[in-house]
Each structure stands twice: as C-alpha cells, then as structure tokens.
Design a binder for this molecule. Structure first.
Ligand SMILES: Cc1cc2nc3c(=O)[nH]c(=O)nc-3n(C[C@H](O)[C@H](O)[C@H](O)COP(=O)(O)O)c2cc1C
Length: 258
C-alpha cells in the first residue's frame, strides 16, 4: 500500500483521534478532583463575600470557620440535621425525583419551574450567637439563570450583602448586577416590614431617598430593566411563602428542629 493511500490516511487519523480522546479523558479524570475542590472553594468565597468579611489574603477555610452550613426543608421550614451539607448539591436535588419540587406556574415568580425541597443555608455564628444567615437564591434574568447569595442580619430582615456569582447577562447591561456600585446599595435595605409583609423591590429607575419606602427599595439598571425585574422576581419568590419565609419565621421563634 502506498504511503499516501486512503486506507493509511484514515488509519493515521483514527489513531490520532483515539490518542487524543484518551488524553482528554485522562486529563478530565485527573483534574476532576481539583475542579471539585476549586468549585467548593469558590462557593465558600462567594458566601464570605455576601457576608461581607472575605479577606483575599487569608486562607478561605480559616475564614469559613465561623460559618455553619445547615440543610433546611422548605416544606416544613425546619432544619434537617440528618442531611450532610457537604454532600448536598441543590441543583442536583432539583433534578432528583425524590427531592424535586415542581413549582406551580402561578407561584413561579423566579421562572425556575422546579427547585429542590431542601436548601443549604449558612449561619455566621460568633460566641454561640447567630449573627447573620446567608441564603442561596436564583432565578431567570433576561438570558440566563442568575445564582446569588443574600446575607441577612440576625434580625432576619436587614440585608447585609447581596451578590450574584453566576449568570449570563450582557456585560454593561444586565451584567451590571456585578457592578460594585449597584451591590453597595443593598446593605441596610429591609426585606419585611414590622408586620412581616414582604416589601423589598427593585425599581425601574432610581430610589427616591426621601420616600418612606426607600428602605425597601433598590435602584433598577438603566437599559437592563428585564434583568432588574428578574432580580426583583427572584427576591420575591425566595423570600416569600414558597421560599424561605416559613423557615425564617421559625428561626425567629427558634422552633427549628423537627
Ligand atoms: C445585544 C443586547 C443585549 C441585551 N442584554 C440585556 C441584558 O442583559 N439585560 C437586560 O435587561 N436587557 C438587555 N438588553 C435590552 C433589552 O432588550 C431591553 O431593551 C431592556 O431590558 C429594556 O430596559 P430599559 O427599559 O431600561 O431600556 C439587551 C439588548 C441587546 C440588543
């Protein structure tokens, strides 16, 4: 057979493909553990950022020492101490038939169709006292599902921090949810009023600081009203009756263990 025969070309191409696929698979397997470790570290970093005490120069695990992860059952509003938060994956649980909760369309403010019955929440504990709680939230923006953490003070209504760590909104438009100036407006805002009514809202436009409602309002995003509406919707979903509200009410009265 000549060196340039079709058979030989196909055989070489086939062997190169086999070699490359073995190389790619082996690299994926070898790097998998490191990727998982990096993912877990990135999540901890984002929780610390929302809590407002991330220090880039300090080891993350050391900073995470005062944070306790817990699993909440959104159906009962109680902790589920038998579920290990380190083993829990909220996105996988939202797909698993056992733990998936299909959200009725009329309740689906966040546009996510389904969520996990259980959620991982993070308590910042100092001197045996809970100082704040960090809640994972997510919902549809214009182009993507936006994932973030909302940190509430120990009064369970004042925002300490709010940041998204994953989304696919357009940089310069919806992507302005990552703008430090936009994020700075959140600490101090209140979610519920004194009667427990859910009041937080993202406006279309700017908050009037003289308005008595300003404490419950955040500025919208110029040219990105649809992303801003997505943020408003997801806050209303996750802090409402179908989200964390029953759990937060239990936490307030400390009726937490099943
Ligand atoms: C290429 C392109 C990307 C856009 N990306 C976003 C986006 O990420 N978020 C958003 O709300 N609007 C985005 N828009 C604009 C929306 O289509 C819509 O005009 C806007 O949300 C309306 O906001 P406004 O009332 O503040 O102008 C984009 C528009 C274009 C053409």
């Amino acid at each position: 057979m000549s060196r340039d025969s079709i058979g030989k070309i196909l055989a070489v191409a086939f062997l190169v493909c086999i070699f490359c696929s073995i190389l790619v698979s082996a690299t994926a397997v070898v790097l998998n553990e490191r990727q998982e470790r990096n993912k877990a570290e990135e999540k901890k970093k984002n929780i610390l950022l929302a809590a407002g005490f991330y220090e880039p120069k300090k080891p993350i695990d050391e900073q995470f020492d005062k944070i306790e992860a817990r699993i909440v059952d959104l159906e009962t509003g109680l902790f589920r101490p038998e579920i290990d938060p380190a083993e829990f994956n909220s996105r996988a649980a939202a797909r698993d038939q056992e733990t998936r909760y299909q959200i009725p369309a009329e309740q689906d403010l966040a546009g996510i169709k389904a969520r996990s019955r259980y959620k991982d929440v993070y308590l910042v504990v100092e001197n045996d006292q809970m100082q704040q709680i960090i809640l994972p939230v997510h919902g549809k923006g214009l182009w993507s599902t936006m994932y973030g953490f909302l940190a509430l003070d120990k009064d369970l209504t004042t925002v300490n921090g709010f940041a998204f760590y994953e989304h696919g909104e357009t940089p310069g438009l919806g992507g302005e949810i990552d703008n430090p100036a936009w994020k700075r407006q959140w600490p101090g805002k209140k979610i519920y009023d004194e009667n427990g009514v859910l009041r937080i809202e993202v406006l279309k436009g700017q908050v009037n600081p003289r308005s008595p409602d300003a404490i419950y309002q955040a500025d919208g995003l110029a040219g990105a009203t649809l992303t801003a509406r997505g943020v408003d919707n997801l806050l209303k979903y996750w802090l409402g009756e179908n989200g964390y509200k029953p759990f937060l009410a239990n936490l307030k009265t400390e009726r937490l263990n099943p």
